[in-house]
Design a binder for this molecule. Structure first.
Ligand code: BES
Ligand code: ZN
Ligand code: ZN
Length: 468
């Protein structure tokens, strides 16, 4: 599907469907009003009405906000793809062009890698129309780059765990580096041993695939700031010896979504040519069972020297991140440090499946991030730390325990576990994003189709774009 920004005054090919967003108010002034009313169209949000003789598709919206336009565009593109039309056009303005592009690219996304007969669509061209296209060019290009980077993230997350295991994820990173002019360094298990990443290595020990620490960098000249992004890359999380129940194990290929968001962001920042230096660190590991598996009761010495009592092998993401965060802070002195992880089911209990949990010490940074997230259309909410919850991860025999001794506040205690590995000078530079709920869905919502959503890519791109 080809999306083009075109001058409104140029004619459109015959057979083109004109798409228009209509609120109830706007419906009153619409020249097609009679026909639309006759068909029972009331301009309700996400309702569609197609006038065949006019080649006109009306899309109902509650108001013209970006969130509602994105949602309505998603419904429209799915409908258009199911019909025989070859081209469609939308009138665009500065206020809605990004939402329309997101609806088209993200809402129209399909993952067909494993379909032997993928559906074919006739829809080839989308025309975005405005009378002054030069004023929209930048907005247009940026929106396409970020949406496509989000689809890149989705594709990797959606790929089956036997096709994307840790060495394969490292290959994906190397290919991305080659295509986008990034530096890429990969540490295999031998190198990880040298680095004393014993917590990360323990998690991957029962896997037939070697764990990998991936470091990508984008280094433009005269960068204004340095940012480190860290991603949890569990290419499969069976739970380990604290095995997940059968129904909870399904979809655990998505436990690499944090890593994949980091990959998508590296793609986006390099294509946007942002003038910030960005480092992506990924802990790629598979959490499996076997005679060699790490166990509840093991005590692990992490890279930082902090000892960890393992009481549940399914709380593995924080063990991997403990080492990767420590490594990232030693290698790069960043102005901001962000980690992305499908870390806890508890985050979904707290916030629902649509919202990313944001944790950290700096209220200022949380505030700026939340502003960027609102502009991006992704949902985030802050989960506050407190000293009482910190006590819940104390260990009687080691420095810290990998699970809480109480059943409540699991997303925050996981965040506080990570906090143990944040160096003192970086406390106010760090935010943790728990994307357990927002990264994957089996029921489409907004512009998210079945499977991976690519969460994190849009809100962090928006934050990085706004850095002064
Ligand atoms: N990868 C899971 C978290 C998860 C659960 C992500 C559901 C997406 C959907 C993580 O490794 C995990 O298993 N966490 C445990 C922690 C518990 C043992 C303290 C959890 O959330 O149950
Ligand atoms: Zn787990
Ligand atoms: Zn996990």
């Amino acid at each position: 599907m080809n999306i083009e920004l075109l001058n409104k005054d140029l004619g459109l090919p015959s057979g083109n469907v004109e798409v228009e967003f209509l609120t109830l108010d706007k419906l009153e002034n619409e020249k097609q009003k009679k026909s639309l009313k006759k068909m029972g169209f009331k301009a309700e949000q996400d309702a569609l009405c197609f006038l065949n003789e006019k080649q006109f598709l009306a899309c109902g919206v509650e108001d013209m906000s970006a969130n509602n336009i994105r949602s309505a565009t998603t419904v429209a593109i799915k409908h258009l793809k199911s019909m025989n039309y070859t081209s469609a056009s939308f009138n665009v303005e500065k206020s809605n062009i990004r939402a329309i592009i997101e609806g088209l690219i993200l809402g129209g996304y399909e993952f067909n890698t494993y379909k032997s007969k993928p559906k074919k669509h006739k829809l080839k061209n989308i025309h975005l129309l405005n009378s002054d296209i030069s004023s929209l060019q930048k907005e247009f290009q940026e929106a396409v780059i970020v949406a496509e980077a989000t689809c890149f993230t989705r594709d990797i997350v959606n790929t089956a765990p036997d096709d994307i295991h840790p060495p394969e994820l490292a290959k994906v990173a190397k290919n991305l580096a080659k295509e986008n002019g990034l530096e890429c360094r990969v540490l295999n298990e031998k190198a990880l041993k040298k680095e004393k990443c014993e917590a990360m290595l323990a998690v991957g020990r029962a896997s037939r695939h070697e764990s990998q620490l991936i470091h990508l960098s984008y280094k433009p000249k005269n960068a204004k700031k340095i940012i480190s992004l860290v991603g949890k890359g569990l290419t499969y999380d069976s739970g380990g010896l604290s095995l997940k129940p059968a129904t909870s194990m399904v979809s655990m290929k998505m436990d690499k979504a944090g890593a994949c968001a980091v990959l998508g962001l590296m793609k986006a920042v390099s294509e946007l040519k942002l003038d910030v230096e960005v480092h992506g660190f990924i802990g790629a590991v598979e959490n499996m069972i076997g005679g060699d598996a790490y166990k509840p009761d093991d005590v692990l010495k992490s890279r930082s020297g902090t000892t960890i009592e393992v009481r549940n092998t399914d709380a593995e993401g924080r063990l991997v991140l403990a080492d990767v965060l420590d490594y990232a802070q030693d290698k790069v002195k960043a102005d901001y440090l962000f980690d992305f992880a499908t870390l806890t089911g508890a985050c979904m209990v707290a916030l629902g499946q649509y919202t990313t949990g944001v944790m950290g010490h700096s209220n200022r940074l949380k505030h700026d991030l939340s502003k960027a997230a609102s502009r991006s259309g992704e949902l985030t909410a802050s989960l506050p730390f407190n000293k009482h919850l910190k006590k819940q991860i104390k260990s009687e025999i080691a420095d810290i325990c990998n699970i809480s001794n109480k059943p409540y506040g699991g997303a925050i205690t996981a965040g506080l576990f990570l906090d143990t590995f944040i160096h003192e000078e970086n406390k106010n530079k760090w935010l943790h994003f728990d994307i357990a709920g927002s990264a994957y869905t089996e029921s489409p919502w907004d512009c998210n189709t079945y499977g991976a959503t690519g969460s994190g890519v849009r809100f962090m791109s928006e934050f990085l774009k706004s850095i002064k």
